[in-house]
Design a protein around this ligand. Structure first.
Ligand SMILES: Nc1ncnc2c1ncn2[C@@H]1O[C@H](COP(=O)(O)OP(=O)(O)OP(=O)(O)O)[C@@H](O)[C@H]1O
Ligand SMILES: [Mg+2]
Length: 320
């Protein structure tokens, strides 16, 4: 059992009733035990894939195995292994917080008496115990998100899938959610798959990452190797000292001045950001703030698309 992947997907495709092809033959294996990130731009097919895994709808072709059990052949066994936090809130808005967890446990054949201590533990850990008697519609957005997580964990799934769990969640709460998830991962040995738009989030938590784009897996790799591809970065400096002339800096790949108060500097690996700060301070230029020009995930996608265009062009040139 220890070698069986937590999730194994083969040749998965989904064509919706309107003829749109959202998944085009996806193969994906997620090993047991760790955190796995599934990234992709809007419309890539992430939620479609998760919808199939959670049996919301059937694939057009392909198969899904959860801890070795075929989801289509043995759905009731496969579902025992699985907890899913969908992108959209989908609980009964009029049911009370604690009751939502007890009802969910009932779907898995867990009697209320047994489910109650587990519900208390989860709600406490997620900061919702005080709200146990509130109707779920009376919770804030962040609380609803945490309730979705508690509900998905009530039957101690071996695999937890979270579809953008931190969308619309503030930084403080995001951090505590991830601490909780790390605890579940270690203490209950739960394999966790998450989708996110934030590369930083994936980078912090996940060893492996897959990128889905237009219904196809473009990359499936170790996080470390992927970040190494992002060797060029552009930084935007908001200046307190206006620039009245063209600035020259050494040890940078590119420099531009969109306006008097803004400076954009592109650095390649090995070139130092501190070096830029030193030169600016030598010139008496004060920096108010600094940020990355592009979201790093967007940058990665741009590069992927560029690479695809390049290889398509070279294929054309080669007459292929
Ligand atoms: N029921 C449906 N009928 C037709 N097309 C659909 C349906 N559901 C989703 N799609 C289309 O399938 C594609 C993939 O959608 P999906 O929700 O899986 O993307 P996603 O990767 O989860 O995006 P996001 O990051 O925005 O959540 C989109 O182009 C979407 O419009
Ligand atoms: Mg989605």
């Amino acid at each position: 059992m220890s070698d069986v992947p937590a999730l194994s997907i083969q040749g998965l495709s989904k064509t919706y009733d309107n003829g749109f092809s959202a998944l085009k033959g996806v193969d994906l294996t997620v090993p047991q035990g760790g955190f796995f990130a599934l990234l992709g731009p809007n419309g890539a097919g992430k939620s479609t894939m998760i919808g199939i895994i959670s049996s919301l709808f059937k694939p057009t072709t392909g198969s899904v195995h959860i801890f070795g059990t075929d989801l289509l052949e043995n759905p009731s066994i496969a579902k025992q292994y699985l907890g899913v936090v969908p992108q959209e809130f989908n609980f009964n808005m009029f049911e009370k917080v604690e009751d939502i967890l007890i009802t969910q446990a009932g779907y898995f054949g867990i009697p209320a008496k047994e489910a109650r201590p587990r519900a208390k533990r989860l709600l406490t850990a997620l900061g919702l115990w005080d709200k146990r008697d509130s109707k779920s519609r009376d919770l804030s957005g962040g609380m609803k998100r945490r309730l979705m997580i508690a509900r998905a964990l009530i039957h101690k799934p071996k695999l937890l899938i979270l579809d953008e769990p931190t969308a619309g969640v503030d930084i403080e709460l995001r951090r505590s959610m991830w601490e909780f998830m790390q605890q579940i991962n270690i203490e209950e040995n739960t394999t966790i798959i998450l989708t996110t738009h934030y590369l930083e989030e994936a980078e912090q938590l996940c060893k492996r990452i897959a990128i889905l784009d237009h219904g196809e897996i473009r990359i499936n790799t170790e996080m470390k190797g992927l970040l190494a591809q992002l060797s060029v970065e552009t930084f935007v400096f908001d200046l307190e000292t206006p620039l009245n002339e063209q600035l020259a800096l050494t040890g940078v790949t590119d420099i531009s001045q969109p306006d008097k108060q803004t400076l954009e500097v592109t650095l390649t690996e090995g070139e130092s950001l501190n070096g830029v700060f030193d030169q600016l301070s030598d010139k008496g230029i004060k920096v108010g703030s600094m940020r990355n020009k592009a979201n790093r995930l967007e940058e990665l996608f741009m590069r992927l698309v560029d690479k695809n265009i390049e290889s398509a062009n070279s294929m054309k040139e080669a007459g292929l």
